[in-house]
Design a protein. Sequence first.
Length: 250
Amino acid sequence: MPELILGITGDCNLDCGFCFEDRDGELTQEQIQQYVSAFIGDHVEIGGGEPFLRKDLVHIVKQIIAQGKTVQIATNGTIMREDFMRLDEGTRSKVSLQVSLHAGTPETYREITSYDMFDQVVENLRGFVLSYVTGLSCAMYAENIGELPEILSISYELGLPIRVGLVFPNDRFKGRLLTPEQVRELGEQLLVEKTVSEGLVESSLLRPNICPVLSGVYGLEKKGACPAENGHKLYVDPSGMEHRCEFLVS
């Protein structure tokens, strides 16, 4: 299935050390329209930066839906826009949210993001889930692996599916990656959690690894080709540059 991911803005209100996104640039409405019009798939992902910082986000969402697509918004969950929450039910039914949460306590959240917004994110999640199909995502490394139970607890309490992955480091990343043994133990833990949570937990560690980045960083055996290698995926960064994948920016 073809994938289109649009980084509509490089601007973000957090400062996560492992973020791979360049803070510069913003796709214009015209660029977004062109990419969506040319895309043969029926589902578009938009991210950033933080998409909810764009004042025209609602217009962008309606623009994409008007072309017969559904939309997933990747967000850090710190912002709840009134105009977005007031969208009609028909529009909301075509929109889903993927909220990143890499900590289970306010203290670790502050260490990772440089901001005290943990409680705000959790409160916003309670509002999002009432109006939108919502899921969580988190990336594990040495500084937050101990809080996975707390993160999963939030997922279970709100009935939200959660996707658990590994940090994709960049040049400025100063954290510690998980060791091969920790990655193996994490996979075993997630397998148990997927069973007891009745499928709420998902992870690339529970499937054969097809990602060349994970293979290169963590030494995981690669089995098969990813959509980027098959030419089925396109990521457009906020500056308008095209890439095979958001994790294979070159």
